[in-house]
Write a protein that binds this ligand. Structure first.
Ligand code: ADP
Ligand code: MG
Length: 837
């Protein structure tokens, strides 16, 4: 497939010992010249010899030394993609998989049919593909289809220093696959690439690699970077401090690009806007006003069709059946199941901001007569075309200024940066290991990260890094960020591993194992969901679990493992193959999986105008949520009905960005839901071909009884996220007013004010997640009927002795029982109260 030019360009500064195979690459002379500047080119021979002699090799080199772009090329030229095999490269971030595949194709003068990428939703892999960049979740999925990964002769795990959960699992799995492949005389090479020298979790781990693999260090060609600490550390307004610093640098210091590190998308946009206003580049024409009338009209149509769909209500309470899931072997061509790592930065704020951002001087900066500043944002949710802009030189007579989140820390190297402004913070998602309550926190980075950030300034010439904190504060930073696997719940990983028939997860060679509590919590949840076989006797099993954590997977678990979503959602999908609920369940799950459907409207406004705009929009969004949630039965589905309504209305409106803008929805999130709906539909069809499901964008709203089934399906999936309203007679103190009690938390939790059930206060609810801000708030709330609980969630119930009298709706002492840590929170008499079908 590769073009075979008459004269191949030599690839290394040093002559290479002739490899057995040499696949010529026809690079342009300019490209070749650029490559030769990269430090890794000097190590080509060392690396290739090590790869030839060892099954596993670790390559360490500073960001920008050329690992990602060059090592796949070395392997290609040495024939590791001959005989139709593929060189696989995994990246923890989607951005990197896409941009790196494009870059390598360009350098090698090959089409993207040969150097391709695959991420969760999309890819351009063809029969001709020889180098394949993918996110780590994609490769994990491929291992499930073919444990030996026969297509590949080499697998490169890139950015291993980031220690994403999937990277860690892949390293563990591949350590075994390499051995198995050797036994079958089909050798597989594994390369682990890291931007730091801290690789002892891989090399010093005997369970992982019996013999420590060789580590090749790539000399960095780093210019000295002068680090300037602040004398004091700003407490709150680090964004403002960044702004002032950039202004100073731009006005006073010689030419050279500026790179600013902030923590999130919204901050990035705000700073970009301020800088553009202060140092204008070009005048932009006024943005077109959104055509709001159209979308309102479309909405009316949607509402009309919903009321039409409301059929006569069934007299009896409808009931889903718990064992009515179809269990077939997973289809061969199921879509990618990739639970990709969350982006480090939250997807808050609308992406439209970027295009609309230049209107109005709402922050009162006066345009400055200095050189124009070419300001570009960079964060992982930014559209790939816009991300690519940072690689092009800035327009003549301007200075480049990139305002980035920590994506610019290691995955992408921006050329021409001489000044780095580092706020020293990073936004991270924190989980409580037991309760899985999560919160986003802006915290100090690690010393390693701060040094990485500083290093970005010395790529092309000596540079400067301005740290907006004092050296004393820096001294208190932790040395390295802890691996992700120690920081988040692991039920999705455990299910995937069980589907790979790894029963004793605790024996798995994790580079850093998750805590035993996290493993037990995950296993317990999966047992409750029916994905793992319940142990015979609870007591014995507790001990067993503590020592080994080894419940086998059930057929339902296998089905769930084929869906590319977290186990709770997978359970919902597995249950919804009844009463025509699948399309709705798919939509709800897709929408729940995508973070933050709605724009962040609670942000502080910087002018009266903006304040009025935000206020208006908040009112509009609240009104639309009420409309989408509807009344009666559908309101009880709560925030999940809102999701369904929002997606439905948007699709009815033709899926336009204007509709999103008018209703405070994030266009990008909506597009992702659309893609995910398609992907989940394919996954469901693979499990259950007779469903013959297709995605109907203009899906009719669910009927009233379907809404009730959906509520039950949601209850069954989110069973461990059940909460009961605290009755007035139980109020301990004022803190508990309107509060809910959950089995695991001692503190009160509340329905989030943005929920449509905020004022309804149903007696029992299930929630998608608890987020801790000023209080603990439940988000994604849906109401539950008390009588469903013993039927749908028996693992969370304790059944009392036979009762003569009919049991009360719920036991009055439940409040007390609920406080016990563990799963006991519901007592009913025996036999069970009848739940009508
Ligand atoms: P590493 O993986 O070691 O961090 P890379 O292989 O990503 O290094 O980058 C090597 C060089 O290639 C860097 O100098 C970077 O600026 C350049 N580079 C990478 N991607 C692009 C691109 N899309 N356009 C222009 N230059 C790029
Ligand atoms: Mg790299």
């Amino acid at each position: 497939a590769a073009p075979a030019p008459p004269a191949a360009t030599p690839t290394a500064a040093r002559p290479l010992a002739k490899p057995a195979v040499f696949v010529p690459v026809n690079r342009s002379p300019e490209m070749q010249e650029e490559r030769l500047k990269l430090p890794i080119l000097a190590e080509e021979q060392v690396i290739m010899e090590a790869v030839a002699e060892n099954p596993i090799v670790i390559v360490c080199g500073e960001t920008g030394s050329g690992k990602t772009t060059q090592v796949p090329q070395f392997l290609y030229e040495a024939g590791y993609s001959s005989d139709d095999s593929i060189i696989g490269v995994t990246e923890p971030r989607r951005v990197a998989a896409i941009t790196m595949s494009q870059r390598v194709a360009k350098e090698m003068n090959l089409s993207q049919r040969v150097v391709s990428y695959q991420i969760r939703y999309e890819g351009n892999v063809t029969e001709e593909t020889r180098i394949k960049f993918m996110t780590d979740g994609v490769l994990l999925k491929e291992i499930q289809k073919d444990f030996l990964l026969r297509k590949y002769k080499v697998v490169i795990i890139d950015e291993a220093h980031e220690r994403s959960v999937y990277t860690d699992i892949l390293v563990g799995l591949l350590s075994r696959i390499v051995t198995l492949r050797a036994k079958k005389h089909l050798p597989l090479k594994l390369l682990i690439m890291s931007a730091t020298l801290r690789v002892e979790d891989f090399t010093q781990n005997q369970r992982l690699f019996a013999r420590p693999p060789p580590v090749i260090k790539v000399e960095s060609r780093q210019f000295p970077v002068t680090v300037h600490f602040n004398k004091w550390t700003p407490l709150e307004d680090y964004s403002g401090e960044c702004f002032r610093k950039v202004c100073k640098i731009h006005r006073m210091l010689p030419a050279g690009g500026i790179l600013v590190f902030l923590t999130g998308q919204a901050e990035v946009h705000a700073l970009c806007r301020r800088l553009r206003r202060t140092f204008p580049c070009t005048r932009r024409g006024p943005q077109e006003k959104e055509e709001q009338k159209d979308s309102v009209e479309e909405m009316r149509k949607f509402k009309k069709s919903r009321s039409r769909a409301k059929k006569a209500q069934a007299a009896t309470l409808p009931q889903i059946s718990l064992d009515n899931y179809s269990v077939l072997p997973a289809g061969e061509d199921g879509e990618d199941r990739e639970a990709e790592m969350d982006d480090d930065e939250e997807g808050l704020g609308s992406d439209l901001d970027l295009d609309l951002g230049d209107e109005g001087a709402d922050e009162g900066e006066q345009p400055d007569s200095s050189l124009p500043l070419h300001v570009l944002p960079l964060y992982s949710l930014l559209a790939p075309e816009k991300q690519a802009q940072v690689f092009s030189p800035p327009p003549e007579g301007t200075r480049l200024c990139v305002v980035a989140t920590n994506v610019a820390e290691t995955s992408l190297t921006i050329p021409g940066i001489k000044y780095v402004v580092d706020c020293g913070k990073v936004k991270k998602r924190y989980y409580d290991r037991v309760t899985s309550v999560s919160s986003f926190r802006v915290t100090w980075v690690s010393q390693a990260s701060a040094d990485q950030r500083a290093g970005r300034a010395g790529r092309t010439e000596p540079g400067h890094c301005y740290r907006l904190y004092s050296s004393a504060v820096f001294g208190d930073f932790e040395k390295f960020p802890p691996p992700e696997i120690t920081r988040r719940p692991v039920e999705d990983l455990i299910l995937q591993m069980k589907a790979l028939n790894i029963e004793k997860v605790i024996n798995f060679p994790f580079p850093t194992p998750p805590s035993i509590e996290a493993l037990i919590a995950a296993e317990e949840l999966l047992v409750a969901l029916g994905a793992l076989q319940a142990p015979q006797k609870a007591e014995r099993v507790k001990q067993l679990q503590r020592s080994r954590v080894s419940c086998p997977i059930t057929p339902l678990g296998r089905t769930m493992a084929t869906f590319p979503v977290a186990p709770r959602y997978a359970k919902m999908l597995a249950l919804s193959q009844q009463h025509g609920c699948l399309p709705y369940a798919i939509t709800i799950v897709a929408a729940m999986t995508v973070r933050e459907l709605f724009e962040e409207l609670d942000r502080p406004a910087s002018s009266d105008e903006e304040l009025a705009m935000l206020k208006g929009k908040r009112a509009r969004v609240a009104q639309m949520k009420r409309t989408w949630a509807g009344q009666g039965a559908s309101l009880l589905l709560g925030d999940l009905m809102v999701l369904l309504g929002a997606v439905g209305a948007w699709e009815f409106a033709g899926g336009s960005p204007q509709f999103c803008e008018a209703n405070g929805l994030r266009y990008k999130a909506m597009m992702e839901i659309r893609r995910l709906r398609g992907q989940l539909t394919t996954a469901v069809n693979a499990v259950c071909p007779e469903a013959e499901l297709f995605v109907d964008p203009k899906m009719q709203p669910p009927s009233e009884s379907q809404v009730t089934y959906l509520r039950q399906i949601v209850t069954a999936g989110l069973g461990d996220h059940l909460a009961r309203r605290v009755q007035s007679e139980e109020l301990l103190d004022d803190r508990w007013r309107n509060a809910y009690k959950t089995p695991l938390l001692d503190d009160p939790v509340f329905i989030h004010p943005s929920s449509v059930l905020f004022r309804e206060l149903p007696e029992f609810v299930v929630y998608q997640e608890i987020v801790e801000t000023t209080k603990m708030y439940m988000k994604g709330v849906s109401a539950v009927e008390v009588l469903w609980i013993p039927v749908l969630l028996p693992p969370y119930c304790q059944f009392g002795p036979p009762a003569e009298k009919p049991p009360p709706a719920y036991c009055p002492n439940m409040g007390r029982v609920l406080c016990h840590r563990g799963s006991v929170f519901y007592r009913v008499g025996w036999p069970l109260p009848e739940v009508q079908v």
